[in-house]
Design a protein around this ligand. Structure first.
Ligand code: AMP
Ligand code: ZN
Length: 469
């Protein structure tokens, strides 16, 4: 199994630190708003990486934090006149709802920065003791030049950084020994959340959070430090390496993975540019499975342009797979013979080729685009190689084969009576039309049909609202 390692800029064979186990840390979101679909890309991508390791029988310890103390959270709290905690708790809950909709497996642990401050303080103390950090007026800085390997992940040269940095020096930063030094601990400002530390009240810098939480929940050395996006390579991950390797005295992570950007009109989707859609907005139009399928239709390191056409293509592709699964279920229900015939056994054996292609694609740095092509080949096989005379065993075997592959992609094909948002909207529109024509029998029928699928309708003055019961 090969993984592209940002550190070596090459695909490398994956060798776990401990046989059969993967320790994986994924930088999580800063929670001050609904996540946008750019933020969703690393979530979907690295969840798929995890699922593939699980498919290969690895025991995956998957840790992903929430950054719940940050300038943006504090700003939002001040705007709303509530506490920072209220903001972060609210958006953690909303983020988890979105993740659930995208079928992201819950992490082994989601540590919160604010619950790990003691550990961060002791890591900073270790760095000071070892000469890698110093305090000035309540701020603790990392002594960047002291860490000889600084720049090894982002392939940056310290002197180039220095000449760029000098012009960027902002007021108050002149107390630093060197413009390259970065903050580990910052002193309290009025109205901000703060914790007691040996350097006075204050709060940690962003980078130290991940170094500490990764160490606490996975140990000093991990297999994979994943993204999110490539914007985190510098300075965030470079600084994490400087902190962790200086404090622990060993290599931090064996592999570093980063996803490419989700773009819109060929520009990075971001909050600051204002060119984003939230996952929540997308969920009003599409089942989030469609979003997931769309994200996996490209290689995770390639830029991916978001467009309505590509979402529609993802929707119909996904429907094609689900229809094949439904066909198998239908045929299983009416199969006349139980056991697989010899000719069926041969056919079934032949379909293993698609599993082989799927695995080769995933083994090659998680090439989900090619893996999906292999799933489509299996779908085509199912559609052409089964009929009313197929045995139950043959159909079940094909069904299991399809489900095993789609589960790696996090695509659910076996949702009992699950109904897509767009289909619900279509039925509601049909019900409104039936009512207009005074066809109340049909209107009631639609209401009951939706209710049977767990969809509750509420007629309001603003129109029909619905929710999943
Ligand atoms: P942010 O909200 O900018 O802190 O980003 C949270 C996570 O989402 C990080 O891992 C980013 O790298 C990732 N991210 C943000 N925008 C995009 C984008 N347009 N495409 C892919 N990943 C993104
Ligand atoms: Zn991080």
């Amino acid at each position: 199994m090969k993984i592209y390692n940002t550190m070596s800029k090459r695909k490398e064979e994956f060798v776990p630190l401990e046989e059969g186990k993967v320790k994986m840390y994924v930088c999580g979101p800063t929670v001050y708003n609904y996540i946008h679909i750019g933020n969703a890309r690393p979530m979907i991508v690295f969840d798929t990486v995890r699922r593939y390791f699980e498919y290969k029988n690895y025991d995956v310890n998957y840790v992903s934090n929430f950054t719940d103390v940050d300038d943006k959270i504090i700003k939002k709290a001040n705007e709303e006149g509530v506490t920072a905690e209220e903001i972060s708790q609210r958006y953690i809950a909303e983020c988890k709802k979105d993740m659930d909709g995208m079928n992201i497996e819950p992490a082994t642990k989601n540590p919160l920065a604010t619950e790990e401050i003691d550990g961060m303080i002791s890591m900073i103390e270790t760095l000071i003791e070892k000469g890698y950090a110093y305090e000035k007026n309540g701020t603790v800085y990392y002594r960047t030049r002291k860490f000889k390997d600084y720049g090894k992940l982002s392939h940056k040269n310290l002197d180039d950084l220095q000449s760029g940095g000098r012009t960027l020096l902002v007021s108050g930063e002149d107390e630093k020994e060197d413009s390259l030094d970065f903050v580990l601990w910052k002193p309290k400002k009025e109205g901000e959340p703060a914790w007691v530390s040996p350097w006075g009240e204050g709060r940690p810098g962003w980078h130290i959070e991940c170094s500490e939480m990764s160490k606490k929940y996975l140990g000093e050395q991990i297999d994979i430090h994943a993204g999110g996006g490539e914007d985190l390579i510098f300075p965030h991950h470079e600084n994490e390496i400087a902190q962790s390797e200086a404090a622990n005295g060993k290599e931090f992570s064996r592999y570093w993975m980063h996803n490419g950007f989700l773009n819109i009109d060929n520009r990075k989707m971001s909050k600051s540019l204002g060119n984003f859609f939230t996952v929540r907005e997308i969920s009003e139009k599409y089942d989030l499975q469609v979003l997931r399928f769309f994200m996996l239709s490209a290689h995770y390191r390639s830029p991916l342009n978001f467009s309505a056409e590509l979402m529609e293509a993802a929707k119909s592709g996904l429907e094609r797979i689900i229809t094949a699964a439904d066909r198998l279920k239908f045929l299983m229900g009416s199969a006349k013979t139980e056991d697989m015939a010899e000719t069926e056994a041969e056919k079934f054996a032949k379909s293993a080729e698609y599993v082989g292609n799927f695995e080769s694609a995933m083994d090659d740095d998680f090439n989900t685009a090619d893996a999906i092509a292999a799933v489509f080949d299996l779908v085509k096989f199912i559609n052409t190689m089964t009929d009313e005379d197929s045995s139950k065993e043959y159909l079940e075997n094909l069904f299991d084969r399809l489900v095993r592959l789609t589960e790696v992609l996090g695509i659910i094909v076996d949702k009992e009576d699950e109904i897509l948002d767009s289909d619900i909207e279509a039925l509601i529109a049909e019900r409104q039309a039936a009512r207009k024509e005074k066809n109340f029998a049909r209107a009631d029928e639609i209401r009951d049909e939706l209710l049977a699928k767990g969809i509750v309708l509420k007629d309001t003055r603003e129109g029909v609202q619905w929710k999943r019961a």
